[in-house]
Ligand binder design. Structure first.
Ligand SMILES: [Fe+2]
Length: 462
C-alpha cells in the first residue's frame, strides 16, 4: 500500500512539473509572439531635441530607409540613410537648428512611403531663449490605452482647446507626455497599433511622444522596442545610460521620466543616483517628473495600501518624493488610478492619508495661483517650496473610487487630459474634460517676492 502511494506521489509530482513547464513555455511563446510586428506603421518622432530627432516607422518589406528633410515642403535638400535593409526603421537626424520647422519624407532610395505638406516637425526650443517665445505647450494623457470613442473624445477635446487658444507655433502641442498604460491590456504590438499608432498617426507625425512605462505596458516586450529614449543625454540632461529613466529639455522645461514599474527605488539605486546628479546639474527653471505610480491617490487605486500594486505607490512616496521635493521638482505627473486628482502645493507628506496634516499644504489660494519666491531652478540646499502632484489616469477609462485623499485640492470623476503651458515665469495647467469643460486650472508663478520663504526642514509630526 505504501509502495503504491509512493508511486502515485511521484507520478503526481512529474505531472505537476510537466504542467508548470508547459505553462511557462506557453507563456513565453505568447509574450514572444505578441512582441513581434509584421505590419505597417506610419512615421513617429522620438527623442526630440533642439538639434536632433529620431524618426521611426515600420514597413512590410525590408529596405534601407532614407529620410529627406528641409525647411520648405518642396525643398527636402538634406537626407539621412540607414546602414542596411530593415523593416523597423530608426533614423536619427542631427545638426538641426533649434525651434525650427522641418518638413520630411521617409522611404527608400527609390520611393517615398510617407511625405507631403503634412509631414513636419519643430525642433525643441533652446534655453535661455533669445527672445520671448510662445509658451511651451505639453499635452499629458494617462492610462489612454483603451481604443474607442472615449479615448478619441478626450483627445479631440484637448486638440479643440489648443486650436481655440492658438500660439504662434503651428503645433497643437510641443510634446505629448503619457503617464503610462499606453496599450491595454497587455502592451502587445497589436494593442499599441490599435490604441496609439493607428488612431493618432496624424498627431504622431508632428508631435514627439514621451510615454511613461506602466504596469500594463510591462506585460509584453513591445514597449522598449517601439520607443527610442535618449539614454545618452541627446535631448538634454545628464546621460542616464538607461531607457528606463532619462531627461529631456524643451525651452524653460526640464522633464525627468522615471520607471516606477520595474525601477529600483533604493536610495543607492542607479536610477535615484542619476536623478540626483541630473537635477543638481539642471539649469532650466521648471522641473516636471513623470512616472506611472502616484504617491497620493484614493481613486481606483489606493496609495495607502502596501498591497496595492505591489507596494509601488508607498515606495514612491517614501523613497522618491523626498528627493523630488529637495531637488526642486515643481510638478509630478502620474496615472494608474483611472480618474483625475491634483494636490495642493505641498511638502513633507511621506505617510499614508491618515498622516496628512493641513499644514503640509504650503499655500491654499482660492484661485489656485501658487507663488514661489525663487525665479528659476532650486539651488542645492535651497529648501522646500512645494510640489504639485497630479494623477492623470482617465484619458480612455474611468473607474470608481472614493476620491477623498486629503492632500488633493481637486478630485474629478471625469475623463480628460492635461494641457500645460509653460513660460519662464509661469506654469499653467488645465484639465480638459471629455466634453471640453475645464475641470481644473492651476498656475505656479516664480520670482514672486511676496511668496513664502522655502522651508529649510519638514515640520515635526505633532
Ligand atoms: Fe496602471
Amino acid at each position: 500500500m505504501r509502495l503504491y502511494s509512493g508511486r502515485l506521489v511521484k507520478r503526481l509530482l512529474v505531472f505537476l512539473v510537466l504542467f508548470v513547464a508547459a505553462y511557462g513555455l506557453g507563456r513565453l511563446v505568447v509574450v514572444w509572439s505578441d512582441s513581434q510586428f509584421a505590419g505597417v506603421r506610419a512615421p513617429y518622432l522620438q527623442s526630440m531635441a533642439s538639434d536632433g530627432v529620431t524618426l521611426r516607422w515600420h514597413s512590410r518589406e525590408a529596405y534601407r530607409g532614407v529620410v529627406r528633410y528641409g525647411t520648405a515642403p518642396d525643398a527636402l535638400v538634406h537626407s539621412q540613410a540607414e546602414l542596411g535593409a530593415v523593416t523597423d526603421h530608426h533614423v536619427r537626424l542631427e545638426g538641426l537648428a533649434p525651434g525650427t520647422r522641418y518638413y520630411y519624407s521617409v522611404g527608400n532610395a527609390h520611393e517615398t512611403a510617407y511625405g507631403g505638406p503634412d509631414y513636419w516637425f519643430v525642433t525643441a526650443l533652446p534655453w535661455p531663449a533669445e527672445q520671448a517665445a510662445d509658451p511651451v505647450r505639453l499635452w499629458v494623457t494617462g492610462d489612454a490605452g483603451q481604443p474607442g470613442k472615449d479615448q478619441l473624445a478626450v483627445a479631440g477635446a484637448a486638440r479643440d482647446w489648443s486650436r481655440a487658444h492658438r500660439r504662434a507655433s503651428p503645433l497643437p502641442f510641443d510634446a505629448w507626455l503619457t503617464t503610462g498604460d499606453n496599450a491595454y491590456r497587455s502592451g502587445s504590438m497589436a494593442q499599441f497599433q490599435a490604441a496609439l499608432f493607428e488612431p493618432f498617426a496624424d498627431l504622431l507625425r508632428n508631435v514627439p511622444i514621451w510615454p511613461a512605462y506602466g504596469n500594463h505596458d510591462a506585460r509584453r516586450r513591445a514597449f522598449f522596442r517601439l520607443f527610442d529614449f535618449p539614454r545618452r543625454g541627446e535631448a538634454g540632461g545628464l546621460p542616464s545610460g538607461s531607457e528606463h529613466y532619462f531627461a529631456f529639455d524643451h525651452g524653460p522645461v526640464h522633464v525627468v521620466m522615471l520607471d516606477s514599474q520595474d525601477g529600483e527605488l533604493a536610495p543607492d539605486s542607479e536610477m535615484l543616483d542619476w536623478l540626483q546628479r541630473d537635477l543638481r546639474a539642471n539649469r532650466r527653471p521648471w522641473v516636471i517628473a513623470v512616472f506611472h505610480h502616484p504617491p497620493y491617490t484614493r481613486g481606483s487605486h489606493d496609495s495607502d495600501s502596501r498591497r496595492d500594486s505591489g507596494g509601488r505607490m508607498v515606495r514612491v512616496r517614501e523613497r522618491l518624493v523626498p528627493l523630488l521635493e529637495r531637488l526642486g521638482v515643481d510638478l509630478v505627473l502620474s496615472g494608474h488610478s483611472h480618474m483625475y486628482e491634483r494636490s495642493h502645493l505641498l511638502a513633507c507628506h511621506y505617510g499614508d492619508s491618515a498622516s496628512w496634516r493641513p499644514g503640509l499644504a504650503l499655500q491654499r489660494p482660492a484661485d489656485f495661483v501658487y507663488r514661489k519666491r525663487r525665479a528659476g531652478v532650486m539651488p542645492p540646499g535651497g529648501g522646500l517650496d512645494g510640489t504639485i502632484y497630479a494623477v492623470v489616469g482617465s484619458s480612455s477609462r474611468l473607474d470608481d473610487g472614493p476620491l477623498d485623499h486629503p492632500a488633493m485640492a481637486v478630485s474629478r470623476h471625469a475623463m480628460g487630459s492635461l494641457v500645460i503651458d509653460v513660460t519662464a515665469g509661469a506654469l499653467t495647467a488645465r484639465f480638459v474634460e471629455r466634453d471640453g469643460r475645464i475641470g481644473d486650472r492651476f498656475r505656479i508663478l516664480k520670482g514672486q517676492a511676496q511668496a513664502p520663504a522655502p522651508l529649510q526642514q519638514c515640520p515635526p509630526a505633532s
